[in-house]
Design a protein around this ligand. Structure first.
Ligand SMILES: [Fe+2]
Length: 202
């Protein structure tokens, strides 16, 4: 019988191979993102391969979330993360400077999307809850803010970006009080997860 480690390795590699193929077939536009979304959602069919036993929530509840890097494609392209975040966590309105697909496994995350007014300020538009088996797709300049909903489980999700987060250095968020856009600080708490061994560093 295959182990959790080998099944997870196989599943993530298969899904990422398909996604890398979609990305390689042309510029990622909304249509391509939808194919990527469908591929990424396959990970949400196997919650048994992504448990708290292997992906620990943050020890310090004041740290906003734990992120594990699961897979990075050659040449620092599409990069997959697992994120575990506590209820109540919110973010300001922001964009990612690269395409993004977020798929839910456990818990729920309320996403508010925005358009921009003539001055570039965010204007609330539609919203969507990411939870088990659902996902959102965003183009590089699309805006959203999030709030983790109170549920029995911490919010556990898959984040796929067009490039590694540490290279998305131009990501900005909106400060409502001062009506200005600011750069995100570098995220210090991303850990590497080795699919072959099933162990995270740190
Ligand atoms: Fe985001």
């Amino acid at each position: 019988m295959p182990s959790v480690v080998s099944e997870r390795h196989e599943l993530v590699t298969t899904v990422m191979d398909r996604i890398i193929g979609i990305v390689a077939s042309g510029a990622v536009e909304r249509e391509g993102l939808d194919l990527i979304r469908l591929a990424l959602l396959e990970l949400t069919q196997r919650p048994d391969l992504f448990t708290a036993e292997h992906f620990h929530p943050p020890r310090d509840p004041k740290r906003n979330s734990n992120m594990f890097e699961l897979y990075r494609s050659d040449g620092d392209g599409s990069t997959l993360y697992v994120s575990i975040a506590p209820a109540g966590l919110t973010t300001p309105v922001h964009y990612h400077t690269t395409w993004a697909v977020i798929a839910g496994l456990r818990g729920a995350e309320f996403n508010q999307f925005y358009t921009r007014d003539d001055a570039g300020r965010p204007v609330a538009s539609n919203n969507f809850v990411v939870e088990n088996g659902t996902a959102i797709t965003m183009m590089p300049n699309d805006l959203h803010s999030i709030r983790i909903v109170e549920t029995p489980d911490r919010f556990f999700s898959f984040h796929l970006y067009g490039l590694p987060l540490e290279q998305a250095t131009e990501r900005m968020f909106y400060v409502e009080d001062s009506d200005e856009w600011k750069y995100f600080a570098h995220r210090p708490n991303i850990r590497q997860f080795n699919l072959a061994t099933g162990l995270a560093d740190g």
